[in-house]
Design a protein around this ligand. Sequence first.
Ligand SMILES: Cc1cc2nc3c(=O)[nH]c(=O)nc-3n(C[C@H](O)[C@H](O)[C@H](O)COP(=O)(O)OP(=O)(O)OC[C@H]3O[C@@H](n4cnc5c(N)ncnc54)[C@H](O)[C@@H]3O)c2cc1C
Length: 478
Amino acid sequence: MSAEIASSFTAAPTRVVIIGGGITGLALARKLQESTAKAVEVTLLEAADVLGGNLRGEIIPSKFGDFIVDHGPDSWVIAKPEATALCRELGLGDALIETTEANRGVFLVHQGELRPMPEGLALGIPTRVRSLLTTDLFSWKAKARMLLEPLVPKGKWGDDVSVGEFLERRIGIEPTETLVAPLLGGIFAGDAYEISLKTAFPQFLADEKNSSLVRAAMKRRKMLAGKKPSAFHSLRGGIRQLVDTLAASLTKTAVRTGARAVAVARSTDSDSQNKPRWTVSTDAGESFPADHVVFTGPSWSSKPLLDAIDATLPWEQFQFGSAATAFFAFPRSAVAHSLQGTGFIIPKREGRGILAGTWVSSKWAGRAPEGTVLMRAFLGGKGNGALVDESDEVLASTGLAELRTLLGISGEPIFSRVYRFKDASPNPRPGHLERVKALRTALGKHPGLHVAGNGYDGAGIPDCVRQANTVAAQILAG
Ligand SMILES: Cc1cc2nc3c(=O)[nH]c(=O)nc-3n(C[C@H](O)[C@H](O)[C@H](O)COP(=O)(O)OP(=O)(O)OC[C@H]3O[C@@H](n4cnc5c(N)ncnc54)[C@H](O)[C@@H]3O)c2cc1C
């Protein structure tokens, strides 16, 4: 051991209190407790009785066998490497799975019917001219507009713009409303015309700057040389496998569930470098001294705690969308429609009661027993967020009625389940990342306070893990 490392271990350990036990808090706790460079004492406070935050799921037994049900998030984007790397560090490399190769297509509801989406139409950007020209999902005017995208002059956006405004200019209103708006409704439970492009799809801004979206997408397709790789990773045991394995690895962290942080206050004593120390109090009347406090809850839950320390912090006010999922299991024979795809999205103009559907057992191997299917209806989103306050019966019957009509389902489900995600999906507005930067700069006046999680630098699971890694590195370097 070097003299520096030895002396850091003889010094008093750095005490870190993490508020929130979602993926951000859990990944952060692990990174800190694994540190060999610095002695760190980590306490993690989670208000709920279970860890994982939005990463929820369960195994539902039936006479056919077990179903693996991911209540909400079921996977993450492979292109952002942090979540996959975390799984490998946790020894879950062999449990990583990709979407089933034969079922990677997506369907679209068009005039009340399910229609396969033209191949290569990733996020509304055409990469195969022939499949675009032969589909009747778009008018000729819309097709021409999409193909002429390379000729559209760059927008004068400045640094950021809404996803809807950007795509409407680049590829036209029809594909934006048909393809991109419903997709964003699903991801953010929000409105494409309100969500920051730089936060949601930074690649698009770069593509526009470098050449054009169509040219960049075609180049990427050519590089794949005919292969259709999965864009997503999940785990054989469902998304809970990540949370459970991560939680089990926290052997050197004091984990408190059912412990809501209700106040964070500056302590009167200071550490040897004269930095302020903090005290975090919980609703159970406990208090924890800390050199660092990391707020990983949704930003609306962290704001009041931080406002009490400094009411001048420049918080960005943005909405968190609400959504619900309704799951149904059926014998395969009860469903008339082909289920060869990951599921379908529904443009708003179709006026249906759900936003999208996922054919869970087609998308992932091992989620449903042989001879059965598991499917999910997605409800809520912009303007429909109040739906999550409806009863389970209303949500289940709305979801089931839509799936029945679209897929030709007969008979009663083996089981149905409803799950709610209230105020869970951030809808970052244009300029979001700049405002987060300003918040972090202002927090610098209060050494030891940090924010991380889905309300800040990206909302996907890998974004959350990346933020956890960044904060861990800052604490360990301090
Ligand atoms: C329906 C849905 C589907 C999604 N699908 C995907 C997907 O497929 N892929 C993907 O990459 N992402 C997906 N996401 C996004 C992703 O799941 C989330 O952004 C991510 O899980 C957020 O993790 P987090 O730890 O930052 O926050 P959270 O999961 O919100 O966890 C924060 C935790 O902090 C706790 N907390 C809050 N305040 C306090 C307090 N005062 N004291 C103690 N504890 C507190 C909360 O109880 C919570 O457990 C989805 C999100 C939703 C809602």
